[in-house]
Design a protein around this ligand. Structure first.
Ligand SMILES: Cc1c2[nH]c(c1CCC(=O)O)Cc1[nH]c(c(CCC(=O)O)c1C)Cc1[nH]c(c(CCC(=O)O)c1C)Cc1[nH]c(c(C)c1CCC(=O)O)C2
Length: 344
């Protein structure tokens, strides 16, 4: 088996490719009828995540349909709190829920492992690498400590993460301890994914954008750097994409201080600034997910602007955040075709 044809990996090494490789965040999901079918068979959402058969199947579905250049492991960032017995559930229309963690419970968290609880996810990674076409890059992932902590503290999603921000100011010692603990578990988890066959990994910091500058440095940059340093201490060659949604101007520092190979950009990042960031290394993004719903000329124009500004440097084409259930699978097909035709 050889990794030399994996285009996403080539870009992560700093190469410029035309057309750029493409994959979409949340590419396996409810907008696909075959996903909804498998999801109904699997039982709960977490049952799906922990079934190597079903999780492998749904990871492959968008690859079969569109031939994306990367497959992303099907799982969720909240399997780590689930492994910590926080009683995670996903119910229709409500999103994730779990038991909110108290300051006392945080201090009682001991040296522990996410294994064997997450063994089925690692088994999925191993099966995927054996099944995927040779040229398809396999991405593993985890949530960044700040983003995972926001759900653990509030017990559910919130629009601005006010509960976690307040908790961080009121209980700085416990909060720090939680972030460090999550960083160590996440590093162990990513290393297991890399060992099982993931070619690269992405760290999702979806809630980075609700923090001030100082808090971004301590809650996002620090813990993500801790994960990356730990992973590289055992795998110096590990390729890592870091996605800090809403971080704006702070992304320059974010890349330099964490030493991530590539940074993910949401659609609010101006392309002029994205081009600046690209001088420091590969970037990934950043089409508005609503353009994958709208389709037509607005979508093609959005794609053309990204390729026009970023196509001459190392770029992995993606959305600026996950694809939504409203996207029509045929519009997604147009999106992929347009990226590939325009740039080739
Ligand atoms: C914050 C976050 C979560 N999960 C994730 C993040 C970070 C990225 C982001 O900001 O979107 C990451 C994630 N979640 C999922 C993946 C799978 C791989 C992929 O195709 O990208 C990945 C990489 C599947 C999923 N994770 C979830 C679904 C939908 C659940 C279902 O099928 O019923 C999928 C396909 C559920 C989930 N999981 C989470 C939420 C808030 C929700 C509910 C919102 C929703 O319903 O879309 C937590």
């Amino acid at each position: 088996m050889s990794a030399k044809n994996r285009t996403v990996l080539k870009v992560l090494e700093g190469q410029t490719l035309s057309p750029p490789p493409i994959w979409l965040m949340r590419q396996a999901g409810r907008y696909l009828p075959e996903y909804r079918e498998t999801r109904a068979k699997a039982g709960s959402f977490l049952d799906l995540c922990y079934s190597p058969d079903f999780a492998t199947e749904v990871t492959l579905q968008p690859i079969r349909r569109y031939g994306f250049d990367a497959a992303i492991l099907f799982s969720d960032i909240l399997v780590i709190p689930d492994a910590l017995n926080r009683n995670v559930t996903f119910s229709e229309g409500k999103g994730p829920e779990m038991t909110p963690i108290s300051p006392e419970e945080i201090l009682a968290l001991k040296e522990q492992s996410v294994f064997p609880h997450l063994n089925p996810v690692i088994e999925t990674v191993a099966r995927l690498r054996k099944t995927l076409p040779d040229e398809t890059t396999l991405l593993g992932f985890c949530g960044a400590p700040w983003t995972v902590a926001t759900y653990m503290i509030a017990g559910h999603g919130t629009p601005d993460q006010a509960p976690a921000r307040l908790f961080a100011y009121r209980h700085p010692r416990e909060f720090r301890y939680l972030l460090d603990h999550l960083a160590d578990l996440s590093a162990e988890y990513l290393l297991a994914q890399l060992k099982a066959g993931a070619d690269a990994v992405q760290i999702f910091d979806s809630w980075a954008g609700v923090l001030g500058e100082e808090e971004f440095a301590t809650f996002c940059i620090g813990p993500v750097k801790r994960i990356i340093d730990k992973v590289r201490s055992q795998r110096p060659d590990a390729k890592i994409i870091a996605f800090a949604k809403g971080a704006g101007l702070l992304l320059k520092d974010y890349r330099q201080k964490t030493a991530a190979d590539a940074i993910g950009l949401d659609w609010s990042v101006p392309l002029s600034f994205a081009a600046e960031l690209q001088k420091d290394g590969p970037v990934q993004g950043n089409l508005d997910p609503m353009l994958a719903v709208a389709g037509g000329q607005p979508m093609r124009d959005g794609i053309d602007r990204i390729l026009g500004r970023l196509g001459a440097g190392p770029l992995i084409f993606n959305l600026g955040h996950g694809i939504t259930p409203q996207a029509d699978p045929e519009t997604v097909r147009d999106l992929v075709q347009h990226v590939r035709l325009k740039a080739s």
